[in-house]
Structures are given as structure tokens and as C-alpha cells.
Design a protein around this ligand. Structure first.
Ligand code: ADP
Length: 748
């Protein structure tokens, strides 16, 4: 019998996929299991399934590699005449097996990303603990029975235990008594113990609740999404709407519809920088009466174990997470939402390089479910897919209620420059003063942390650079240090130039948030000024506190990096001044213009909400750049069309495909030799260009010397297959690391 899952998959097969034959049930000794290990191995290893053990694909097992027992996952079970020569599987772990969809997705991702399946498995299953039997803690609550002699200490313990049943040690700590007091109460029977699951299930979303009353356009948009969910097949949608148009409200309705489909239906919502944007989580909680299951780097080991176990068991229904949540083993996924689909944080560059948006689309295809990509400034790739009809395009034009989009004005720094040594042109200062005079707030945006990006010796011209990367050290005046923003290396700002030994000869070149703050304080001595960057708000809690202070009007002028662009709602903010719009255009990578446009529209979108119209002033030396002109005219589509035409001509994504190879080694000579060898082994193929090896712009990181190749291919070419064939031919020493990035976004 074929499962419902297999039938669905047939209509949504992905390239590079073969149909998996049904595995025979494991019953006797003549069966072998292919076991995939979370290690960088090219394929699964074969083992004998010993008599008495029942192993099926997806089961987690322990099996020997050499003298060690290693955790792995059964990939296939088959009959084999040579099974007696194989080592046996040692143990089957009791945890929930990996669903078939997850295994298929993993196989596909390994092929697509040119990574070993084992490495992807290590991203899917992070710890063995989640695969062990659930653990319990003995917790104690008052029995209501006789206490014996009542002392004040005993009374305190009983009162604490009545609030919450906890373990004896914790109870003693909360009541501020010795362990003996608690023990005494347990012995008299005044406290009774019960077993509490360490990883309890999460509360179910309450689907009886109603969302906000939607406007007619919002209702129409929600209806399209809900219809797509109901199809129970692959249905990609771009939800395209200006900031504040209610995209979140609309997709929450689709989430509700998906969850209502089946008692164990699951939904995944990906958010960028989720650890910092807890406000959205509160909206989920409000809508469904229970907090969603969170998955991101800040949640801690135990929360991860619990979330993983509950997702795999099909009990965690609504998961809100960062990009890696995509690798959670959902058995019954009905909808994926990618909020701010254009956001750069969906791309992972380290380890296995992947783009969570693109992989999510593949995941939705495999699972036969709907996927909603929401953005006010969609990526060119997604917009092109929408325009060509591959994705459904749902547009929300207006801001909800009376809110207006801000007026955007370019300030040509060639004509109206700031005074020497200053960064705010008179126009920006005046605009901020006007906002303050109206009892409103101003925001100055500069996407650079610290005081100044370059520290230069006036005497000899020496530039202070990082010993690890050769990149400029950024001065942080609050901490008095020079910091490498690539590796985090830092050192005190020296008094003497290390090169010419001149004393006090350093000058700060260029602005960062701290320097703009200095100028703002000078211009507005009465104003309450704060900096918003990952230095002043390093975690979710401090971000929340700062955002609340701003929203409550306790700050007059905020100076922020891109962290301010992320969906915060400041009702009294009416003036946004972009100090240096050109920062992102430098470096000239493929998406520089696109990214600058996205970020600046997002930042400008912070101005004016509800009944207060806003304005945004953008300082630039390149007012004629397409990105700046499009911002001014608020004509996103014209900008993207110009950008698309440029990319089409160059055969760049989305009209062609890119890949990168990064070669890193302990010395320049070793890295160069390896890169040359790799270059020689590149297969010749029509429609594929291989550029390199070239020194990477970040030539050295933490002692590793780096070289890069960039590969461009025509759209119809299977670039993954080309790269796999290439990588199979190379032989490099073990000190050399070769990383393939199938969709490079960073060209460093
Ligand atoms: P987006 O995700 O497009 O930026 P949001 O969904 O966050 O927009 O909506 C912007 C603001 O408007 C939020 O504070 C939201 O609660 C409010 N809002 C949007 N739609 C409605 C609605 N139908 N009823 C009440 N408030 C709404």
C-alpha cells in the first residue's frame, strides 16, 4: 500500500529525486540497514539488523564505526544475502523517527547544496538527548494532610509548594529553608510527590479565537491564502504589501486555517532575527491564546530538546523560528510562512551554506503544502517568480487605517554638504528640529556600529587593521577599543602609532553611530538621545526595553544601525534621516543596489504611522543611482525592472545561477597551491563560466588564508551536478578546507 504521503509527493517531484522503493518490514536476520551518520561521509553505511530488533527507515540507532558506537539514522532497509559479513546495529533509540518527508528533503538538500548528506543530518538532529526516553522530575505539592508540628519554616515551604509543585531542592531554595525542612514534610506526608515530564508538550493553539476584523482588501488577500492552504498541494504565494498594510494579520488567518485542517497539522513561520523581534511573538500569542514554539539560537539547550522532540512527535503545532527551523522534522507540515522573505539573515554562509527561503520552497514542494513569502520589498528572485506566474501574487497596497507612507527626499551631499568634520547636512538638522518642536521624534540611521570605521596615523598614514583579517579596525569610543567587525578581535586604542611611534597621532576617519550621536548631542543639547545598535542592545530583552522607551516617547532622537529597520512600530516618529545612504552600495556585489533599496525603504517606513504623516531625508553622493531615484519616487517595481534588465544582460541570478568555492588553508602558499589544483580540475561545460581562483576580499580570517572561485551558469544548467562532478575530482591535503556555496550572497 502506498501512503498518502507518497501519493502527494508524486505530483510534486523535485529535480534530482528518485522514487524510493517501499522498504520491506524488518522481521528476520536477513535484513540490512543503511545508516546515515551525522558526519561528513559521502553515503550511508550498511549494518546487519540483529534478530529481535525491528528497524525501519527513519529510526535513530547506535551502530559501530571502528571501536565506537555512533548515533545515526536508518536510511533504508533491504534484504541482503551478504548480511552476515556486516556488523550489527547495537541499539535502536526510542525517540520519534525522522519522517519520510524530512529524509527526502535532506537527500534533496544534500544534492542541491553539494554537501554530504551526513552534514545535513547533523543540522536536522542536533542532539542525542532528544532521542532518549523522556525524563521526569519528582515534584512535590501539599497533600492537605497533617503537617506535624507547624514551624514558620514549614509554613513557608507549604505556601511555596502550593504556588507550584517543584523538586525538593528548588522548594527549599524558594522557601529559604534547609533541605531538611522539606525532607521532614515529605516524611510526614504533608508534601506528596508526583512525576512531572521534563519536556512537557506545548499548549495547543486555541483555534476558537477570532483575529482582528480585516479590511475588505485584507479579507480578499486572506481568502487567497486560505484557498491555497486548503488545496493540500504545493502552492507558493508572494504576499506583497507596504509596511503596515497588515501582512501579518493576513497570514495569521492562513496559519489558523492550516492548523484547523487536522488535529495534528503543523505550521512553520520563519522570521529574520527572531531573537530580537519578540513583538511579533506577542501577536501570535494574542491570536492563538498560547505562545508559539520558538526555535532560534537564544533559546538554550533544554528548550531546543523539548521543541525538537515535540515537533518530531507531531505535537508541536505552531513553530516560529530562525532559518534553521526549516530543518526541524515536521511530520505533517501544512504551511510555511517566510516573513520579510528578502531579508539577508535567511542566508547562511558558514558551514553548509544555504538560503532558507529557497530551501523552504523546496521543502513545501516535497511536503505538498502552501508557502507564503511576505515582504514590502520582495527580492528580485521572488518578484520575478510572481510576475511569471510561478507564484501567486497577492498585493496589499495601502497601509492599514489612515497611516500614510512617508514623503522621501534625497539630499545631494555634493550640493549641500555638512560642515567639515560633521555628518549631518543642515537640511537634516532642521528637519529633526521641526519634529522635536512638534513633540515628535527623529531617527538618524547609519549602518555602522562604533565611532569611526578607520583609525589613521596622521604622521605616517598607517591604518590600524585587524591582525586576523587585515580589515580596518573600527573605533568604539564608549569602550575605548578598536574592534574587528569580522572576527570580534579587539584591542585598546593605542597612544602611539605601532608603525612610526608618533604619539597621539591617530585621527578617526568616517562616521559610525557613536560619532553621529556626538554631533546630535552638540546640535540638540536638550534632547534625550540614544543609540540603537547591537552594542547597546545585544539581546532580545534590551531590544525590547529600548523599543518600549522609544514607543513611550522617552527618547527624542534615536541613532540606529539596521537593527532599527526591523518592524518596530514607533507611533511618534515622524522624521527619518539617513546619514550615509551610499555605504551599502560600496563593494559592488551583485545585490548591493537591491539590498540598499530594501534597507532604506524599510528604514524610511519607520516614519509616520497612524495619524501623523512622516518624512524621510536621504543623504547621498549618488542621487542619480537607480536605487536612490526609485526610493524618491517610491517606485519599487521600476527599480526592480531596471535591476532585472541588468542582471538578464549579465546572465546573473535570477536569469543565471551562481556558485562559489572558498578555499582556505593555513598559509598563503598552501591555499594558493590547493586553489590552483582545484582550478585545473574544473570540468569544461558549455554555458558555465568559472572565474578564479582570486584572493578573497577578506584574504585572511583567523589565520586561514582564503581564495575564491565564482561560477556562473545558464539557467538551464544543473549547476549542482556540475559542482558535484568538479568536487569529486579534487584531492587536497587535510589542512585545506573547501566550501561550496550554491547561492552566494556574500562575496567576501
Ligand atoms: P505588516 O506586517 O504589513 O507590516 P502588520 O500586520 O504588522 O503589517 O500591521 C501593521 C499595524 O496595523 C499593526 O499594528 C496591526 O496590528 C495593525 N493592523 C493591521 N491590520 C489591522 C486590522 N485589520 N485591524 C486592526 N489593526 C490592524
Amino acid at each position: 500500500m502506498r501512503s498518502r504521503l507518497t501519493t502527494r509527493l508524486e505530483s510534486a517531484r523535485l529535480p534530482g529525486f528518485e522514487d524510493e522503493p517501499e522498504s520491506p518490514r524488518a522481521t528476520g536476520p536477513a535484513l540490512k540497514a543503511s545508516v546515515l551518520f551525522p558526519l561528513p561521509l559521502p553515503e550511508p553505511f550498511d549494518y546487519r539488523i540483529p534478530e529481535g530488533l525491528k528497524a525501519s527507515p527513519g529510526d535513530h540507532v547506535l551502530a559501530p564505526i571502528g571501536a565506537r558506537l555512533v548515533r545515526g539514522c536508518v536510511w533504508a532497509v533491504s534484504q541482503s544475502p551478504t548480511v552476515d559479513n556486516l556488523k550489527p546495529i547495537a541499539e535502536i533509540l526510542p525517540g520519534p523517527p525522522l519522517p519520510e518527508e524530512t529524509r527526502r528533503f535532506l537527500d534533496w538538500a544534500a544534492k542541491f547544496l553539494v554537501a554530504s548528506p551526513g552534514k545535513i543530518l547533523s543540522m536536522v538532529v542536533r542532539s542525542e538527548e532528544a532521542l532518549r526516553d523522556p525524563t521526569f522530575t519528582l515534584v512535590y505539592a501539599p497533600s492537605g494532610g497533617a503537617v506535624g508540628k507547624i514551624t514558620e519554616a514549614r509554613a513557608r515551604v507549604l505556601s511555596e509548594a502550593a504556588k507550584e509543585a517543584v523538586a525538593p531542592a528548588e522548594l527549599a531554595r524558594r522557601a529559604g529553608v534547609s533541605a531538611g525542612v522539606v525532607k521532614g514534610l515529605i516524611e510526614t506526608g504533608a508534601l506528596v510527590g508526583s512525576r512531572r515530564l521534563d519536556d512537557p508538550p506545548f499548549p495547543n493553539p486555541d483555534l476558537g479565537r477570532e483575529g482582528r476584523a480585516l479590511s475588505p482588501t485584507q479579507q480578499d488577500a486572506a481568502a487567497v491564502l486560505i484557498r491555497a492552504v486548503a488545496k493540500r498541494e504545493f502552492a507558493p504565494i508572494l504576499l506583497d504589501g507596504v509596511t503596515g498594510s497588515g501582512k501579518t494579520e493576513v497570514y495569521l488567518e492562513a496559519v489558523a486555517a492550516a492548523l484547523a485542517m487536522e488535529p495534528d497539522a503543523q505550521v512553520l513561520v520563519l522570521l529574520p532575527e527572531i531573537a530580537l523581534t519578540q513583538a511579533v511573538l506577542a501577536r501570535f500569542q494574542e491570536r492563538f491564546g498560547a505562545a508559539p514554539v520558538e526555535w532560534h539560537s537564544a533559546i538554550g539547550q533544554r528548550a531546543r530538546r523539548r521543541a525538537w522532540r515535540e515537533v518530531a512527535a507531531g505535537r508541536a503545532r505552531l513553530v516560529v523560528g530562525a532559518r534553521s527551523a526549516l530543518f526541524l522534522p515536521f511530520p505533517n507540515l501544512k504551511l510555511i510562512v517566510i516573513d520579510e522573505e528578502h531579508d539577508g539573515s535567511y542566508k547562511q554562509d558558514d558551514g553548509v551554506a544555504y538560503h532558507a527561503r529557497d530551501l523552504s520552497v523546496a521543502r513545501a514542494k516535497l511536503g505538498g503544502c502552501a508557502i507564503v513569502m511576505a515582504s514590502a520589498t520582495p527580492s528580485l528572485e521572488t518578484l520575478m517568480n510572481a510576475k511569471s506566474g510561478r507564484y501567486e501574487h497577492v498585493v496589499l497596497k495601502a497601509r492599514h487605517g489612515a497611516a500614510l507612507l512617508p514623503a522621501i527626499e534625497l539630499v545631494d551631499l555634493r550640493e549641500t554638504p555638512p560642515e567639515k568634520g560633521r555628518w549631518l547636512s543642515p537640511k537634516l538638522a532642521v528637519a529633526a528640529a521641526e519634529a522635536l518642536a512638534n513633540g515628535e521624534q527623529a531617527l538618524f540611521y547609519i549602518n555602522r556600529r562604533g565611532y569611526a570605521p578607520l583609525t589613521l596615523c596622521r604622521a605616517c598614514g598607517h591604518r590600524m587593521v585587524s591582525p586576523d583579517t587585515e580589515s580596518w579596525l573600527v573605533e568604539h569610543r564608549y569602550s575605548g577599543r578598536l574592534v574587528c567587525h569580522v572576527t570580534g578581535f579587539s584591542m585598546p586604542r593605542p597612544k602611539e602609532c605601532p608603525h612610526c611611534l608618533a604619539c597621539d597621532s591617530f585621527v578617526a576617519i568616517g562616521p559610525g553611530v557613536e560619532r553621529v550621536e556626538e554631533e546630535v548631542r552638540d546640535l540638540f543639547p536638550q534632547a534625550r538621545v540614544e543609540i540603537f545598535s547591537s552594542d547597546t542592545a545585544p539581546d532580545g530583552e534590551s531590544v525590547r526595553a529600548l523599543v518600549n522607551r522609544m514607543a513611550a516617547g522617552e527618547i527624542d532622537i534615536l541613532i540606529g544601525t539596521q537593527i532599527v529597520a526591523k518592524g518596530h512600530n514607533f507611533p511618534r516618529l515622524t522624521m527619518v534621516g539617513v546619514v550615509d545612504a551610499d555605504i551599502g552600495l560600496k563593494g559592488g556585489d551583485l545585490r548591493a543596489g537591491e539590498r540598499t533599496f530594501q534597507l532604506l525603504s524599510q528604514v524610511a517606513g519607520r516614519a509616520g504611522r497612524a495619524d501623523r504623516p512622516g518624512r524621510a531625508l536621504i543623504q547621498t553622493y549618488a542621487p542619480d543611482h537607480e536605487a536612490m531615484q526609485a526610493l524618491k519616487r517610491q517606485d519599487r517595481d521600476a527599480f526592480l525592472e531596471a535591476e532585472a534588465a541588468m542582471r538578464e544582460q549579465a546572465g546573473m541570478p535570477p536569469y543565471g545561477r551562481l556558485a562559489a568555492v572558498i578555499v582556505a588553508g593555513p598559509s598563503d602558499a598552501l591555499a594558493s597551491a590547493a586553489a590552483d589544483h582545484i582550478g585545473e580540475k574544473a570540468p569544461l561545460a558549455h554555458g558555465v563560466d568559472v572565474w578564479g581562483p582570486a584572493p578573497a576580499p577578506l584574504g585572511v580570517i583567523r589565520g586561514q588564508h582564503r581564495k575564491r572561485f565564482l561560477i556562473r551558469a545558464d539557467r538551464n544548467i544543473d549547476l549542482s551536478a556540475f559542482m558535484a562532478a568538479w568536487m569529486a575530482r579534487i584531492k587536497v591535503p587535510s589542512t585545506i578546507r573547501v566550501q561550496v556555496d550554491m547561492e552566494p550572497y556574500s562575496f567576501l
